[in-house]
Write a protein that binds this ligand. Structure first.
Ligand code: TRP
Length: 334
């Protein structure tokens, strides 16, 4: 990895079935960014166990997600694609940062409140300190930029606060990360309720297109997408269902909404849905094909996992040792 590039960190959880929204909204963008930045893309399995998981399923999904990163086009030679749990520095730095984070700050996190109400039977301390682990992820690699969706903005703000607080006491230890602002990925909404985000945890399977859905399923889900009774294809907030279909179409074909609206001038919703289905199949089929090919090459994926964990640990440990020294831990004897 070349030094002169800025460092970028992001992570994704391997819980739930990844959707077209995850791909068009985040992953596709990660691929573009991977040319410009020195990127760390983590499969954040340690975050996942803040909610109870089936171990076999988590393991399988974590590997599938890592494979998907590669299939999507992130080069594991030039960037770092790794499991969070393979680099012990995440847990170690998170502990130290816990001691620099206030209960009051964590109490204000809307994701915590949200998840605590959803999992009332398991409001564990990990769920509470989730944002601190996230701060550790980012700060370990001295990341300059972090591409995150709006839902993670509050956590990134907290990360900045923790970094600045630590730096104010001990000197310039951490790079204070910025949110990546630039061309952000498309925000894909549910096919059944276009006012809500397409989610991997949606109860209704018709609401989301999953990345591994076969072509017929994709076409069927598009055909059933909720629209309206306006009977005109315009790109405007008053028609959220149609707008969402156009967004999906544009993200898949790299066209602008204006181009798309012109293209569908005089068409019915049936034609629009059909075109969207084909566009999605056109993007997902080759992606699925690459995933299947990679899955067959166990030795290659294993090699990526091993090499990238070492790469990540090297950088992480540099930061960690500095931090440990700053807070007064005794020197290691070699
Ligand atoms: N919390 C993020 C999410 O659920 C995932 C994540 C973990 C992350 N660590 C991160 C994202 C660090 C960006 C940077 O979406």
């Amino acid at each position: 990895m070349e030094k002169e590039k800025k460092v970028l960190f992001s992570g994704m959880q391997a819980t739930g079935n990844l959707t077209l929204g995850n791909y068009l909204g985040a992953l596709k963008n990660w691929v573009t960014l991977s040319d410009e930045y020195e990127c760390y893309y983590s499969v954040v399995d340690m975050h996942s166990i803040t909610v109870r998981q089936d171990p076999a399923v988590l393991r399988k999904r974590a590997r599938a997600l890592l494979t998907l990163y590669i299939a999507a086009g992130i080069d594991p030679e030039k960037n770092c694609i790794y499991y969070q749990s393979h680099v012990s520095g995440h847990a170690e730095l998170a502990w130290i940062l816990n001691c620099f984070t206030y209960m009051g700050e964590l109490n204000r996190m809307t994701q915590f409140k949200d998840k605590a109400s959803k999992h009332a039977d398991n409001i564990n301390a990990g769920l509470f300190t989730y944002p601190v682990l996230m701060a550790a992820d980012i700060l370990l690699y001295q990341a300059d930029v972090v591409p995150v969706g709006i839902d993670q903005m509050q956590h990134l703000e907290l990360t900045r606060d923790i970094a600045q607080r630590f730096n104010a006491i001990y000197g310039d230890v951490f790079t204070v990360p910025e949110a990546y602002i630039g061309k952000v990925g498309a925000k894909i909404m549910s096919l059944q309720d276009p006012t809500r985000k397409m989610s991997k945890s949606d109860e209704n399977p018709n609401a989301s297109i999953y990345l591994m859905d076969d072509p017929d399923t994709i076409r069927r889900k598009c055909k059933r997408a909720v629209t309206d009774s306006e009977a005109q294809i315009l790109y405007r907030p008053e028609q959220p269902g149609v707008k969402n279909l156009l967004d999906i179409y544009c993200a898949c074909t790299n066209k602008t909404p204006e181009e798309a609206v012109r293209e569908f001038d005089g068409c019915g919703y049936g034609q629009l849905k059909e075109a969207v289905g084909e566009a999605v199949v056109g993007v997902l089929s080759p992606l699925q094909q690459r995933v299947r090919e990679l899955e067959k090459d166990k030795a290659y994926i294993d090699g990526v996992i091993k090499m990238n964990a070492e790469k990540a640990a090297y950088t992480a440990n540099k930061t960690l040792r500095k931090v440990q020294k700053k807070v007064g831990f005794p020197e290691r004897i070699r």
